[in-house]
Design a protein around this ligand. Structure first.
Ligand SMILES: *Cc1c(COP(=O)(O)O)cnc(C)c1O
Length: 359
């Protein structure tokens, strides 16, 4: 056995995906399964496909290349770089855009590759990451796109809780609907593809019966990663009924166990990451060190399955745990298991130092 390792239960991901895609389908919303959280490992992609996603989506070309073997249409969900447009055309069917220099470059490459590349224009409804904020800029963009070959504008997209932390609400989509109607009327266009956002929109779908569903009815698509992988909606972290939050488990090996003080001895300077640490004096405690570190995971989103273990902190390749309250008689060489949130999953799946076991 090789440690540390991350064990992935694809059956749980298939089941999560099935529950969530069914929920969306009831509102005529299709789902793009976002694969960037796990570097598009094919067995996990297949679980999302078996669970019912309609598209595959990623933000990186390297991952889109890995998705090439799957039949479903692909979405590039980060704004393309002009330097990568050739690959964007080759490996994706739809991309999200907000810059006309980029769209012109896409158009040229699409013509050369003899393809029609579909685009969504991104609308910024307040989160202040990507997208058009002012309607007049959006209208100018559409004027330009009308004259470009190789490109088909199929709809609009938006995003939330990515930079500004803005929670999507019914009124967010009311505003989106106004913009969509304005464009359709002004340009005599059909915006058939309305991509309403990420896993933070799901709470509105779950609430649909009590909410005003007519505000959501413009959404035809969601781009979901976190919720399918972790079994929760991400605006309020509400678990989704029947879904699992432990499809990804980290297993790390204990390399030291010692009774030592809870407060370091001597003059306190900075830790391995440049922060000045503070400590609570709990006398002598049972300090357990595991052979995994912050290079490979995120301390805030890692949760020991043994509830009585307390994570004290870590350096790049050591994880320190207080084992004083646990009934388990841990020994050096034993394995400690952790469930995790999105950031730890992302780092663990990306790290070359973590052995991947995909079941
Ligand atoms: C990452 C990403 C998503 C998926 O977000 P989740 O919170 O994982 O559902 C959707 N859209 C865009 C543009 C993204 O970058």
């Amino acid at each position: 056995m090789t440690y540390p390792r991350i064990v992935v239960d694809t059956e749980k991901i298939r089941n999560n995906t099935k529950i969530i895609t069914s929920m969306c389908r009831e509102l005529n919303i299709d789902v793009a399964g976002v694969t960037k959280g796990y570097c598009a490992y094919p067995e996990i992609v297949q679980a999302m496909i078996d669970g019912g996603v309609d598209y595959l989506a990623d933000s990186r070309i390297l991952n889109l290349k890995r998705l090439d073997r799957f039949q479903l249409p692909k979405m590039m969900i980060r704004l393309p770089m002009i330097s990568e447009v050739e690959d964007i055309i080759r490996y994706s069917d739809i991309s999200l855009n907000s810059e006309m220099d980029t769209v012109r470059a896409l158009s040229q490459k699409a013509i050369r590759q003899n393809k029609i590349h579909k685009i969504l224009l991104m609308i910024d409804l307040g989160d202040l990451r990507e997208g058009y904020f002012y309607e007049e800029d959006l209208c100018k963009a559409i004027e330009i796109i009308k004259d470009l070959d190789g490109i088909e504008l199929i709809g609009l997209g938006t995003n939330s809780m990515c930079f500004g932390g803005i929670i999507p609400e019914n009124k967010t989509f009311k505003k989106f609907k106004t913009i969509k109607n304005l464009i359709e009327n002004k340009f005599d266009l059909k915006m058939d593809f309305i991509s309403g956002g990420n896993s933070s929109v799901l709470h509105l779908i779950m609430d649909n019966k009590t909410n005003e569903p007519e505000d959501l009815d413009i959404i035809t698509n969601l781009r979901l990663g976190d919720s399918l992988l972790q079994g929760l909606e991400t605006a309020y972290d509400i678990p989704i009924e029947g879904a699992s939050d432990d499809a990804f488990i980290l297993e790390a090996e204990i390399i030291e166990i010692k009774e030592k003080p809870s407060v370091p001895i001597g003059k306190i300077g900075r830790d391995a990451f440049g922060h000045v640490p503070t400590f609570e004096d709990k006398g002598n405690i049972k300090r357990i060190i595991c052979g995994v570190g912050q290079q490979d995971m995120d301390l805030e989103s890692l949760f020991p399955l043994d509830d009585n273990l307390i994570i004290l902190g870590g350096s790049s390749d050591h994880l320190l745990i207080d084992g004083s309250r646990s009934d388990v008689e841990y020994r050096v060489g034993d394995i400690v298991k952790f469930s995790m949130g999105y950031v730890s999953m992302l780092r663990l799946m990306t790290s070359d130092y973590i052995h991947k076991v995909i079941k």
